[in-house]
Design a protein around this ligand. Structure first.
Ligand code: HEM
Length: 617
C-alpha cells in the first residue's frame, strides 16, 4: 500500500495579477525574492515565506523520496478561497488554481493528485465547478470550515456536501479566516489557537446542526490538523449534550455516535496527541496529513506516525490504507489527473479491471427479493425497476447539460455550438426514452398471478416514491410541490427535489434563451395566458423562418419528440398496470390506472404543441 499524504499545499510559480484582473485590492500575489524562494503577499501585507517545493515538481518529488512518501494530495491554500468576494471573481480564481493544480500533477509522474477549491459562497457555482474538476481529474475538494457567518450545517453548504457525495468527491475541511483576530494579533496565535478552534467548530456545527443526519453515509469528509481541538473536548460536548437541553442541537444521536461519519488527518505534532486521537477516532479514521511544505508543517513527513507506538497494522492504515479508501483510489481511472502522466505508483491489486471500474460485484449484490420462499419473477421485477432508475440517472445528467447549453446559448447568440450540443444531447434523451417505453414488454412476461404472489410484500413502496422520475418532471418544467409529500421519509431525496423546484427548468431555459436573443417579448404587465400565447408565437416565428433558425427548430423538434415519448411511457405504464393489477388501487394508495390516466394530459412544453395549432391558422 503506498504512503499517501492527504494534506499538503502548493502555489504555482506565478499567476495573473488578480487585483488588476478583478479591479479589487488585496488579492494574494507571489514575490520571488531569490532563486527557489518567494513570499506570498496579500495586497501590501506580507503573508508567508515559501520555497520552490510549492511549485517545482522535481523538488517536491525528491523531498517525497527523502521522506518515503509515494503520493501527495495537493490543495491550494485557504488564502485563495475568496469566499467573501463576488462569486464571479471567486469562481474565476478557483478555476485558475484548480487548473494550475492539475498542471503540476501532470508533471508529478503519477505521484501528485489534487483537491480542487470552489466558490462556496454560491452553491450552484460550487457544484458546477466541482463537477468540472472531478471530470478533469481532481479527487475531491478542499473547503473552508465556514463561509462568513455560515457554519458547515448551513443548508446551502449541506446541499453542496450532498453533491460531493453524489460526485464521489473526497472533502478536506481546512480551517481559515480565524475568529478573534483582534485578540490574536501576535505569536501566530491565529494558527496555533484559532485554527484548532475553528476546526472543532466545523465538526461540532455539523454534528449538532444535524448535517450528518441529512447527509448520506457515503460522504467522505476529513478535517485537517487532527480535527483541531475536537477529540480532546469530545467529553465536554457529550456532557453538555446529555445534561443541557439547550446544547442538544438538532442531531438525532449523541455526538460520539457521529465519529464514524468523518476522518481527521494526523497533523498534531505530538506522539501522545496522536495516540489519543487514534484512541478516540479509531485507527481507520486518521490519515497522514502534513501541511507540507509550509513552515508549520511536519518537517520529515510521516515521521510522527512511523516513530509512534502505534501497532504496525495501525501505522499502515494511517500511512496509506485509509487514504486509499478516502480518496477511492482503487475505483478510479489511474491516469485521470493532469496531462502527460506516467502510470502512477499503485499496487497491482488496485489496477482497474472491467469489474472494478463498473463495480460489477457491488451491482450484482443490489437485488434483494422480499418474498419467502423467493418467487422466481421478483428478481425480474427488481432488475427492470433498477434499470429504469439507471436510465433516469443518465437522463437527468444529459438534461442538466441541455439546460446549461441553452443558458449559454442565450448569453451568446452569435455562437451556435451550444444550440447544436443541446440538440445532440436531446437526441440521446429521446433514444433512451424510446428504450424505456419498450422495456415494459419485458415485465409483461410476468403473469398477474405471479406478481400477486409477492405484491403484498411491497406495500407501501410505490412508483410515487421514484425520486428521479419526479426530478425529471421538475427539471423539465412540471413542478408540482404536492408530490414532495411522498419523499418526506427520505430527507436527502426531499432536499434534492426542493432544489429542483427552485432551479430553472428546461422549459425556463428554452424560453429565457429565446427572450435573451430577442425572439420572445413580454409586456411586463402580461397575464400568464398572454405569456403562454407569446411563447407559443415565438416558437411559431422560429418555424416560419426555417433558414435562419434551423438549429433552434432542431432543438424544438427534439423537445417535442421527448415530450411525446414521455406520454408514450405513461401510456405503456398504464397498459402494464391494467394488465397486471386491472383497475385495483396502487401500493402508493392512488386509485391505480384511473389515477394514472389523468397524467396523460401532462406536457412539458405545451407551447411547442400550441405552435403547431397556430401554424395551421
Ligand atoms: C407490475 C408492474 C407495475 C405496477 C403494477 C405498477 C403500478 C403503479 C401504480 C398503481 C401507480 C400509481 C401510484 C400508486 O398508487 O402506487 C404507479 C406509479 C408509478 N410507477 Fe408503476 N407500476 C409497475 C411498474 C413500474 C415500472 C417498471 C416503473 C419504472 C420505473 C414504474 C414507475 C412508476 C412511476 C414513476 C410512478 C409514478 C407516476 C406518476 O406519478 O405520474 N412502475 N405504478
Amino acid at each position: 500500500m503506498p504512503v499517501i499524504d492527504i494534506h499538503n499545499h502548493f502555489f504555482p510559480r506565478q499567476w495573473p495579477d488578480l487585483a488588476a484582473r478583478y479591479g479589487t485590492p488585496n488579492w494574494p500575489w507571489i514575490k520571488h525574492t531569490e532563486p527557489g524562494k518567494a513570499e506570498i503577499m496579500v495586497g501590501d501585507r506580507f503573508f508567508r515565506k515559501i520555497y520552490s517545493a510549492c511549485w517545482d515538481p522535481e523538488v517536491r518529488l525528491s523531498e517525497m523520496d527523502r521522506d518515503g512518501i509515494e503520493i501527495q494530495i495537493l490543495s491550494a491554500t485557504p488564502v485563495l478561497f475568496a469566499y467573501e468576494r463576488p462569486v464571479e471573481h471567486a469562481l474565476d480564481c478557483a478555476q485558475l488554481f484548480n487548473d494550475a493544480a492539475l498542471d503540476l500533477c501532470g508533471q508529478g509522474k503519477g505521484r501528485l493528485k489534487s483537491l480542487c477549491q470552489v466558490p462556496l459562497q454560491n452553491i450552484d457555482a460550487s457544484c458546477k465547478e466541482l463537477a468540472r474538476c472531478m471530470r478533469a481529474g481532481h479527487l475531491g475538494v478542499q473547503i473552508g470550515n465556514h463561509v462568513g457567518e455560515k457554519n458547515l450545517d448551513d443548508p446551502g453548504i449541506v446541499t453542496f456536501l450532498h453533491h460531493c457525495a453524489d460526485e464521489g468527491a473526497a472533502v478536506l475541511v481546512h480551517p481559515w479566516d480565524m475568529f478573534g483576530a483582534d485578540r490574536m494579533q501576535k505569536y501566530m496565535m491565529p494558527w496555533t489557537v484559532g485554527m484548532p478552534a475553528e476546526t472543532q467548530l466545523g465538526i461540532v456545527a455539523m454534528i449538532l446542526g444535524g448535517a450528518f443526519d441529512k447527509l448520506p453515509a457515503k460522504l467522505r469528509i476529513c478535517f485537517a490538523h487532527g480535527g483541531g481541538s475536537f477529540a480532546f473536548l469530545l467529553g465536554r460536548l457529550e456532557n453538555a449534550w446529555q445534561h443541557h437541553p439547550v446544547a442538544h442541537g438538532l442531531c438525532e444521536l449523541p455526538p460520539r455516535q457521529y465519529l464514524p461519519r468523518f476522518s481527521v488527518d494526523s497533523a498534531v505534532f505530538d506522539d501522545r496527541a496522536l495516540q489519543f486521537l487514534v484512541g478516540t477516532m479509531g485507527a481507520e479514521r486518521v490519515m497522514l496529513g502534513s501541511d507540507y511544505p509550509f513552515p508549520l508543517g511536519e518537517h520529515r513527513v510521516g515521521s510522527l506516525i512511523r516513530d509512534s507506538n502505534l501497532t504496525p497494522g495501525e501505522k499502515s492504515r494511517l500511512l496509506g490504507e485509509n487514504a486509499s479508501v478516502f480518496l477511492a483510489l482503487g475505483s478510479r481511472q489511474p491516469a485521470a489527473a493532469g496531462s502527460g502522466q506516467k502510470a502512477p505508483i499503485v499496487p497491482h491489486d488496485d489496477q482497474l479491471t472491467y469489474s472494478s471500474y463498473l463495480k460489477v460485484p457491488e451491482l450484482l449484490e443490489l437485488q434483494h427479493p422480499q418474498s419467502t420462499p423467493e418467487h422466481h419473477d421478483e428478481l425480474l421485477f427488481i432488475i427492470v425497476h433498477q434499470t429504469y432508475e439507471l436510465w433516469f440517472k443518465e437522463l437527468l445528467h444529459d438534461l442538466d447539460a441541455v439546460v446549461a447549453n441553452l443558458q449559454a446559448a442565450g448569453t451568446n447568440p452569435a455562437s451556435h455550438d451550444e444550440v447544436y450540443e443541446a440538440a445532440r444531447l436531446l437526441r440521446r434523451c429521446t433514444e433512451i426514452t424510446r428504450v424505456l417505453v419498450e422495456q415494459f414488454t419485458i415485465l409483461e412476461t410476468m403473469l398477474p398471478t405471479h406478481f400477486m404472489a409477492f405484491r403484498g410484500k411491497l406495500e407501501p413502496a410505490s412508483g410515487f416514491q421514484s425520486e428521479q422520475f419526479r426530478e425529471l418532471e421538475f427539471l423539465c418544467g412540471l413542478k408540482d410541490e404536492k408530490m414532495l409529500r411522498y419523499h418526506r421519509p427520505t430527507p436527502e431525496a426531499h432536499a434534492r427535489l426542493e432544489r429542483r423546484l427552485r432551479d430553472p427548468s428546461l422549459h425556463d431555459a428554452l424560453f429565457e434563451a429565446l427572450q435573451a436573443m430577442g425572439k420572445l417579448h413580454f409586456d411586463s404587465e402580461a397575464t400568464e395566458p398572454e405569456r403562454f400565447n407569446a411563447r407559443a408565437r415565438a416558437i411559431l416565428s422560429l418555424y416560419r423562418d426555417e433558414r435562419s433558425n434551423r438549429d433552434w427548430i432542431d432543438v424544438c423538434e427534439r423537445l417535442t419528440e421527448f415530450d411525446a415519448l414521455v406520454v408514450s411511457w405513461r401510456l405503456r405504464h398504464i397498459q402494464l398496470v391494467e394488465r397486471v393489477i386491472g383497475v385495483r388501487m396502487g401500493t402508493g394508495g392512488s386509485a391505480g390506472s384511473s389515477y394514472l390516466k389523468h397524467t396523460l394530459d401532462k406536457k412539458f412544453f405545451p407551447e411547442l404543441w400550441e405552435a403547431r395549432t397556430l401554424l395551421t391558422e
